[in-house]
Design a protein around this ligand. Structure first.
Ligand code: GLP
Length: 239
């Protein structure tokens, strides 16, 4: 696994954003998947600017990584709210170019199948930008996740529930997530795992120091042929 360290968060986002832009230049019909959450917000900004400066997105496709079950676009801090507000709404995309989990679905299993079918139609994800949860989760693949999973429903880990308060501005009754599974994620052509800030320093060091294990899902990308761990200096401070 390649490690890239940048001085600060804007420089980190510029690096990751340029990787996505390069993928889209090389393969205009690429399937892109970028996590929700706080980590990639600056990457969204880089992509919006590139689009305003003429990056052609007319053939690109975007798929969601995960979502809190029970939350939708109107819920501040849902993945849909974050990714649409900061990215999709600012890009000239047609609805058919986006496949995103509906956290309000009455039929989560059908929702999993819909997202799996969209990815299958494109073959695989071309570039995947992941954040790392405080417990090492990637998407909502929590510690102990099954390597053979595609989209699935996940009981959320207590650490994930505790951390969720930062998105929602308070406690919400979220107990399950809907997420792409490890099998799909590890089939991506290129993976970038991003982390910034001091609070991620410990899980970043743990990820680097552990053998790949489902107990720490972020370690599983280490065997991937084309994976980069992209950090700012504070997230890299314990490695
Ligand atoms: C969240 C999301 C993930 C995200 C990760 C890190 O719970 N479900 O998609 O990548 O945990 O979140 P953050 O970037 O806010 O630290």
């Amino acid at each position: 696994m390649n490690i890239e360290i940048r001085q600060d968060y804007p420089a980190l986002c510029e690096y990751v954003g340029q990787q996505v832009i390069q993928t889209l230049k090389n393969k205009p019909d690429a399937l892109v998947c970028i996590a929700g959450g706080d980590t990639p917000l600056g990457v969204f900004k880089v992509l919006v600017e590139a689009s305003q400066q003429g990056l052609d997105l007319s053939r690109a496709a975007f798929v969601g990584l995960d979502e809190w079950l029970g939350l939708g676009r109107e819920d501040k801090g849902s993945c849909r709210e974050m990714v649409y507000s900061h990215l999709f709404d600012k890009l000239p995309l047609r609805p058919d170019q986006i496949c995103f989990f509906d956290g309000l679905t009455a039929d989560p299993q059908a929702e999993c199948e819909r997202v799996d079918a969209f990815i299958a139609e494109h073959g695989h994800i071309d570039i995947l930008v992941l954040g790392i949860g405080m417990n090492g989760h990637i998407g909502f693949n929590e510690p102990g996740a099954d390597l053979n999973n595609r989209c699935h429903i996940v009981p959320l880990d207590p650490i994930t529930k505790a951390v969720s308060v930062k998105y929602f501005g308070g406690v919400r009754d979220v107990t399950q997530g809907i997420s792409q599974g490890l099998k799909t994620l590890l089939e991506a052509q290129q993976i970038i795992v991003m982390a910034n800030g001091e609070k991620k320093a410990e899980i970043v060091a743990t990820t680097l120091n552990s053998e790949p294990t489902t107990a720490i899902p972020s370690t599983l990308v280490k065997n991937h042929a084309h994976c980069t761990l992209a950090l700012d200096t504070t997230a890299a401070s314990l490695i």
